[in-house]
Write a protein that binds this ligand. Structure first.
Ligand code: CO
Length: 355
């Protein structure tokens, strides 16, 4: 296929350092980053090791070197979900979110055309979350927000969260839903099951809540994308549809149309690691709903972003181009932003793809 400069919708970034939240707030539970040598870091929660990370997490130059090697024109930056901190006092979560969002905005500003950013917000307090979303979309120039698949005891259809989704629609903020705090993790500590089983289930939980809870119905212009190809949601849509039909007393409490009627309201990323699964996603949703996402720089991600899409002979060049960049442009409203700024909608500053 011809060269397509890709946009990677699903990448995570951390600042090289952030405030000592325990010292600042007087209670624990916060994530800290300890630098343990050149290019290495250790994430810990209250001193307990969580994950080793490398400088790709925080060094834009190293990220861009990888992008140039892999033909990625632009990364969309979002925080690492463990940083959501929805469990904390809302003002303290806001404090951390502001720091993370300022860092993402600064990284975007310092490398024009190479990065766009998604904010994080203290969703446990929807009013504070709306305020930070407004700041992020206005002053900071971010393109939307990354949120968790649930917020403490709330699923995404919680009435408390509706003002937040209304604000996202009003502000034109793209909403990227990422699984976190995986259900059942306490019961399946072995075999990395929270990541391999829990994450896809979390994403289906989020999708079903948005569909059945009427959030997509009420907010026709809200743009939502699901990580990891939508998790188990696309593969179980037949079951979900059947359930809605046979037990309307249990399922159809808010919406009248079947769940499949909302499939064209959801975007997903391409991170499924399997050609047959990606083919199914394209059949189900259309290439116009699938956006390249790699989960850079983490090991469960696609190590050469876009390699699966590029390898699939059954996809046309137009479908590949759409997945590699067109869908993200639409989801993030990049062309509208460029037009309002009087710029060309092409990706500025990007180097030519090596392939
Ligand atoms: Co991710």
């Amino acid at each position: 296929m011809t060269d397509v400069l890709s946009i990677d919708l699903h990448t995570h970034i951390l600042p090289p350092e952030w405030p000592d939240m325990k010292g600042r707030c007087g209670y624990g539970g916060w994530v800290s980053l300890e630098h343990v040598g050149t290019g290495c870091g250790r994430l810990a929660i209250d001193g307990t090791h969580f994950r080793d990370v490398c400088s790709r997490c925080w060094d834009p130059a190293r990220r861009l070197a990888d992008c140039d090697e892999h033909g990625v024109a632009m990364q969309v930056l979002s925080t690492v979900p463990v940083m959501f901190s929805y469990w904390a006092q809302p003002r303290d979560s806001l404090d951390l979110a502001r720091h993370l969002n300022d860092h993402i905005a600064e990284t975007v500003r310092d490398h024009p055309g190479r990065f766009e950013g998604l904010a994080t917000v203290p969703l446990q307090d929807p009013e504070l979350a709306v305020g930070e979303l407004e700041r992020s979309m206005g002053e900071l120039g971010l393109r939307g927000v990354q949120i968790g698949s649930h917020v403490n005891d709330w699923n995404l259809d919680a009435p408390e969260l509706l003002p937040f989704f209304e604000a996202a629609e009003r502000l034109g903020a793209a909403v990227f839903v990422h699984p976190w705090e995986m259900m059942g993790r306490g019961e399946m500590p072995k075999f990395w099951l929270p990541w391999l089983v829990g994450m896809p289930a979390e994403t289906a939980r989020a999708a079903c809540s948005l569909v059945f809870g009427g959030v997509l119905e009420r907010l026709p212009r809200l743009r939502v994308a699901l990580a990891h190809g939508g998790g188990s949601f696309p593969f179980t849509i037949g079951r979900i549809e059947h359930g809605h039909r046979v037990r309307p007393d249990l399922c159809a409490t808010v919406i009248e149309r079947p769940p499949s009627a909302y499939l064209d309201r959801l975007y997903v990323d391409s991170l499924v690691h399997d050609a047959k699964a990606l083919r199914y996603l394209v059949d189900l949703l259309g290439a116009e709903r699938v956006a390249l996402g790699s989960d850079y720089p983490f090991p469960l991600g696609e190590h050469v972003p876009g390699s699966l899409v590029r390898s699939m002979e059954e996809l046309s060049d137009a479908e590949k181009a759409r997945i590699l960049s067109g869908t993200a442009r639409e989801f993030l409203a990049l062309d509208a932003a460029a037009a309002s700024a009087g710029e060309s909608p092409s990706i500025a500053g990007a180097k030519e793809s090596p392939r």
